[in-house]
Design a protein around this ligand. Structure first.
Ligand SMILES: [Ca+2]
Ligand SMILES: [Ca+2]
Length: 303
């Protein structure tokens, strides 16, 4: 604690120089805010000092300054989290109006999650972050020893593991500190684009859909061109008969079969899906596959 806060000696000096409890309280608050993260430890120290010195004003100052006290008095302090433009958390100490998990998919860029407080006397100065984030996600600005120096942190990245993860974000500011607010990240495993029913098996029907994309023609020329569907389709794509084979394209997402991400399903790419379709357990074709890093498409047969 000393390395962060400075020595107790300095605080004693500070106390010694301050006869007026109110001034002392303000001075110490300034000192705390400059010194940062372990404000809880500081509060304890402040209380100890206050008790030792009989400066009761200081202790009550801390109690009133804490976000908890402000919350209970005003009821306006609200923890807000959004994923993209969609609110996922909207909670006051009195009422949780909304608390949904942030959602993501392995291998797919996360729709960014931003969080902050509203209704506080001033914006949070920094956040102490604990708990867990899925691998592949990061907080911006990057935490320094678990401390994020921004009122409005944002979480971005591409998760590379599935599961449920809970991060706790505790705000500190001029008004005091909040409670550690949980933000849950629910990351689902990625499935192959061909696997429409998401059962980690490529069925014959699902394979024929990839063959359909492979067979896309522009005039009489087979191109294998596909595009992202704006209406609901079984796999989120559709055969793009308008695009010529040589035309380059940038899609907002690519079919898993399209391992070179050129917006076209080639014969080689089709045969890879057929390989997954042909996965066998003993003599029985199952079409089972699994996630596998380092392969052409991020998947592998799972016999
Ligand atoms: Ca399937
Ligand atoms: Ca391709």
């Amino acid at each position: 604690m000393n390395s962060i806060l400075g020595s107790g000696f300095e605080f004693r000096l500070l106390i010694g120089r301050c006869r007026d409890g109110l001034h002392f309280s303000a001075l110490l608050l300034v000192a705390l805010l400059q010194r940062s993260p372990a404000l809880e430890g500081v509060t304890r120290m402040g209380e100890r000092i206050a008790i030792n010195r009989g400066v009761e004003v200081l202790r009550s100052g801390f109690a009133l300054a804490s976000l908890g006290a402000v919350q209970s008095l005003a009821g306006a302090t609200t923890f807000i989290a959004k994923q993209g433009s969609t609110p996922i958390i909207d909670a006051t100490p009195q009422q949780t109006r909304l608390r949904n998990p942030a959602t993501g998919t392995v291998g797919v860029a996360l729709n960014p999650v931003a969080f902050t407080y509203t209704g506080t006397p001033s914006a949070p100065q920094y956040w102490v972050i604990t708990g867990a984030l899925p691998q592949g996600l990061t907080i911006s600005p990057l935490p320094n020893s678990g401390v994020v120096s921004s009122p409005y942190p944002v979480i971005t990245g591409t998760p590379i593991e599935s599961g449920s993860f809970t991060l706790f974000a505790q705000a500190y500011g001029i008004g005091g500190r909040g409670i550690p607010e949980p933000i849950v990240f629910a990351v689902v495993a990625n499935v192959h684009s061909a696997d429409s029913d998401k059962n980690f098996k490529i069925s014959l029907l699902e394979l024929t859909r990839v063959i359909e994309l492979y067979n896309t023609r522009n005039g009489t020329t087979r191109t294998g061109c596909y595009a992202v569907a704006s209406t609901s389709t079984e796999d989120g794509f559709y055969p793009d008969a308008d695009r010529a084979s040589l035309a380059t394209v940038s899609l907002s997402s690519y079919h898993s079969a399209d391992s070179n991400r050129d917006g076209k399903v080639s014969l080689l790419e089709l045969t890879r899906v057929i390989e997954l379709y042909n996965t066998r357990t003993g003599s029985t074709r199952t079409g089972a596959y699994k996630l596998q890093t380092g392969t052409e498409d991020g998947f592998a047969p799972s016999p």
